[in-house]
Design a protein around this ligand. Structure first.
Ligand SMILES: C[S@@+](CC[C@H](N)C(=O)[O-])C[C@H]1O[C@@H](n2cnc3c(N)ncnc32)[C@H](O)[C@@H]1O
Length: 254
């Protein structure tokens, strides 16, 4: 998400000359792919799975991954794929892309998408910190972040996805009028989104980002989501069954 120079990109079916970063390696570089059967499986599964190299090659041309022009909506940290699969059915007018880091989950998601015949959805193995490898300015219609990893301790701050830098990146990739929707089992995560629009965590003013809060909820599990027809995620279900609230915030790119 940090500002970095862009690279020359190869066509999606070519190996890019410069491979996408993934903690400075392409995942395909992993020296012993037999050690992780899910890693191996994701390399050969084909659509809807996109390896990191394939995903980065769609930079600036995502419509080619779907064979049609449609608004691109991205889910960060797609988990086991319930949300992505159901959203693909709820919104056939969108091209949906899940971004997930764990191979086993990639394969779970892929199988769900295939079973549901969700032709408008893809799942890519990528690190969500590097969305600048994937998306050109203003090319994303919507962004979902559902239950990002909590990192509850203060010393975990550097690991938390929802930062000012993340919001700046959302502003860069979202088209005007595009949305950022966040759900979390901690109020803290939702508050961070609201805060970082124009402040740091100490309350100091920052240059306001062109984002407006259009809705918030202190518990979407009661049917009070700030968007219509909320789809329950796997983690959301766990918290609902425990009787615990799930917080949400809906933000619009001006
Ligand atoms: C707490 S789980 C939530 C899963 C799902 N969104 C849900 O609500 O049920 C967080 C998910 O984010 C994924 N994740 C964590 N860090 C990531 C990263 N840097 N890039 C992509 N995915 C990531 C994890 O592998 C996991 O699937």
């Amino acid at each position: 998400m940090a500002a970095r120079g862009r690279r020359t990109r190869a066509a999606p079916n070519e190996i890019p000359k410069e491979r996408p970063r993934f903690r400075d390696h392409a995942p395909e570089d992993f020296p012993f792919p037999d050690l992780n059967p899910h890693l191996k499986a994701h390399l050969t599964f084909g659509p809807p799975v996109l390896t990191a190299t394939q995903a980065a090659a769609y930079y600036g041309r995502w419509s080619e991954a779907y064979g049609r022009e449609a608004p691109l909506v991205v889910e960060i940290g797609a988990g086991n794929g319930f949300f992505l699969t159901a959203t693909a059915a709820q919104h056939p007018e969108w091209n949906l892309l899940g971004v997930e880091i764990r191979y086993k989950r990639i394969m779970m998601i892929a199988k769900k998408l295939v079973a549901a015949k969700a032709d408008n959805a893809r799942i890519c193995r990528y690190d969500a910190w590097y969305t600048d490898d994937l998306f050109t300015d203003g090319s994303v219609h919507g962004l979902w972040v559902n239950h990002p990893d909590p990192w509850p301790k203060d010393r975990h701050e550097k690991n938390r996805l929802l930062t000012r830098t993340f919001l700046e990146e959302a502003v860069r990739i979202l088209a005007p009028g595009g949305f950022l929707h966040v759900k979390s089992d901690t109020r803290y995560n939702v508050d961070r989104v609201a805060t970082f629009i124009d402040r740091d965590l100490d309350g100091n003013a920052l240059p306001p980002l062109p984002l407006e809060i259009v809705g918030r909820s202190d518990d979407v599990t009661t049917g009070d989501a700030p968007w219509p027809d909320d789809i329950e995620t796997n983690y959301q279900k766990k918290f609902r069954l425990k009787g615990e609230p799930v917080y949400a915030i809906a933000v619009r790119r001006r």
